[in-house]
Design a protein around this ligand. Structure first.
Ligand code: 5AD
Length: 325
């Protein structure tokens, strides 16, 4: 298939392969050629667990009465950001639920300006949901560089079912708006959402290609007990890694993370993801008192020691003969 555009059927056939090794090798070859040995490490600050959305899979969806809600103050966000910069991080990802208090962009605008005032070369990535054109523009002007908004699934009906009141078209429209405003744009999807098929995964991969994504995050679906989709089986890490590898074939120059959800399930696989097409990893630097409340999917609570975790991760990356950045 080398040198030819992958069709939907090609992708389905690849996903089904008994032995995927040659594709992983090809993805690694392209990654090394395009990205060298660098592994980009990002710091995530989860600034709010309030959310007006009702995503059926997500632990912080607005209808989960059991979710603990918090909203970090501007000073708390800045303290976490500066702590991450001091520890060596060059990208700060600001992520939150669709919290109306943040969706006007005022707080984020101030936060962005203050981070840039401290170090203008630190990149700021927003992962803040479906924002209006006006707010997206304001935050871009303030200095935000990148925006993450996964399309979650390219299956129109499945999208509507798991996102009550929302449509795939609106989501894709936001992604196009983000791109046209000059943000480096990241989409992505979950693997193993109940009702998803290999055909729809092929469409997910073709959609990130069609959108010319600069970044794409793919993670296995992990059931959260306090959501309408509780009790469903977890998505396959292997199938997720196959999607990452195919994404590398489709978008040779993209930044593709070994997502946190992959890491939660299998530490070793997360590491070897850097040999299968991925070149990015993210670390939570959310203060400990909030971290446990930001449960998109159930995860073991881990302490936050920004410097120590950064150092440990750098050592792991170096031990793989790669260069942490
Ligand atoms: N399992 C795995 N990933 C999830 N996300 C939300 N809920 C879950 C879950 N239960 C992902 C979505 C979202 C990102 C921030 O987290 O893809 O875009």
């Amino acid at each position: 298939m080398k040198g030819k555009e992958l069709t939907r059927q090609d992708i389905i056939d690849l996903l089904k392969l008994d032995d995927f090794t040659p594709i992983y090798e090809e993805a690694d070859r392209i990654k090394c050629q395009q990205k060298g040995k660098e592994v980009l490490i990002r710091a995530i600050i989860e600034y709010s667990s309030y959310c007006q959305m009702r995503c059926q899979y997500c632990g912080i969806n607005g209808e989960n009465r059991k979710a603990i809600r918090y909203r970090m103050s501007k000073d708390e966000i800045l303290k976490a950001a500066f702590g991450a910069i001091d520890a060596g991080y060059r990208t700060i990802v600001l992520q939150g639920g669709e919290d109306p208090v943040f969706m006007t962009g005022e707080i984020l605008e101030d936060v962005i300006c203050e981070i840039k005032a401290k170090d203008k070369d630190v990149a700021i990535t927003l992962s803040a949901g479906e924002l209006s054109d006006e707010v997206l523009e304001k935050l871009k002007k303030a200095g935000a560089n990148r925006f993450l908004l996964r399309h979650e699934t390219a299956d129109r009906e499945l999208f509507a079912r798991i996102h009550p009141g929302k449509t795939l078209e609106e989501r894709v429209d936001r992604l196009r708006a983000i791109k046209s405003l000059g943000y480096e744009t990241g989409s992505g999807f979950m693997v193993g959402i109940p009702g998803q098929s290999l055909e729809s995964l092929a469409d997910d991969l073709l959609l990130i290609k069609e959108l010319s994504c600069d970044m794409a995050g793919m993670g296995p679906y992990i059931a959260h007990p306090d959501t309408p989709l509780a009790g469903n089986p977890t998505g396959s890490v292997e199938l997720t890694m196959r999607c990452v590898a195919i994404a590398r074939l489709l978008l040779p120059n993209a930044n593709l993370p070994v997502t946190t959800a992959i890491g939660v399930l299998d530490m070793d696989k997360r590491n070897s993801g850097f040999a299968k097409g991925a070149n990015v990893v993210m670390r939570k630097v959310t203060p400990e008192k909030y971290k446990a409340a930001y449960q998109i999917y159930p995860a073991k609570p881990v302490k936050t020691d920004i410097k120590k975790e950064r150092n440990e991760l750098e050592e792991i990356i170096k031990s793989m003969d790669l260069i942490p950045v």
